[in-house]
Design a protein around this ligand. Structure first.
Ligand SMILES: N[C@@H](CCC(=O)N[C@@H](CS)C(=O)NCC(=O)O)C(=O)O
Length: 207
């Protein structure tokens, strides 16, 4: 059985786990920490990147987007987390990109806080990251306001754009509370609450 290596407090690991679940692909979750268990992680993938997916033939994949590209290739199109219709698919790609950029900026902020001593934190970098994260969420909210409901594939309760947005929002609320005010971003906040109620999200909770 495929093994998904990484902790669910990583938004990239969590989006991968939720996606594999929705795609109906069985996998074993191995919550190895990239920081606290770096040596054990390195024995599986010396690059120490989460998520890592170990395939049955021993192939080691990394990067959530590439792991999910492989996963999608294993299921019939009717199960895909991407809309089949080209315009909807393009919209889903745009929303997913924004949600991933927002996520990356949140992770960069957390790393700056947790991996560098306070006297070595660089305020201009933190301000830049913060502004980028807000820009991404403002763009996501604008898209949602214009009717881009990040649903997706027929037959799935949520699509890749929606689940990435929801995981990114929830991660940011958990790790950087107060940084994104729910009343400034009511649409992502409400969408996240709905997503967290889905069986696939409850099966793979943050942390
Ligand atoms: N673009 C990558 C990002 C993955 C990523 O940065 N994961 C973090 C955990 S949240 C990680 O592996 N951190 C350890 C490191 O980069 O040294 C993806 O989508 O999988």
């Amino acid at each position: 059985m495929m093994q998904l290596i990484g902790m669910l407090d990583s938004p990239y690991v969590r989006r991968t786990a939720i996606s594999l679940h929705l795609l109906g692909l069985p996998f074993e979750s191995r919550p190895v920490s990239v920081f606290r268990q770096a040596e054990a992680f390195a024995r599986i993938n010396p690059v120490i990147k989460a998520p890592t997916l170990v395939l049955d033939d021993g192939t080691v994949l990394m990067d959530s987007q590439l792991i999910l590209a492989h996963a999608e290739s294993l299921v019939p199109a009717s199960r895909s987390l991407w809309p089949a219709e080209p315009a909807q698919r393009l919209r889903a790609l745009r929303l997913t990109g924004l949600a991933l950029a927002a996520c990356e900026k949140a992770v960069q902020r957390v790393y700056e806080r947790e991996l560098r001593p306070p006297e070595k934190q660089h305020a201009p970098w933190l301000e830049r990251v913060q502004a980028q994260m807000h820009s991404a969420w403002r763009a996501l909210q604008d898209e949602m306001r214009q009717g881009a409901v990040p649903g997706g594939a027929a037959g799935q309760p949520i699509g890749q754009a929606g689940l990435t947005l929801a995981v990114s929002w929830h991660f940011t609320q958990q790790l950087l509370p107060g940084v994104l005010a729910p009343d400034e971003f009511p649409l992502p906040a409400a969408f996240s609450a709905q997503a967290e109620a889905l069986a696939a999200f409850r099966a793979w909770p943050h942390a």
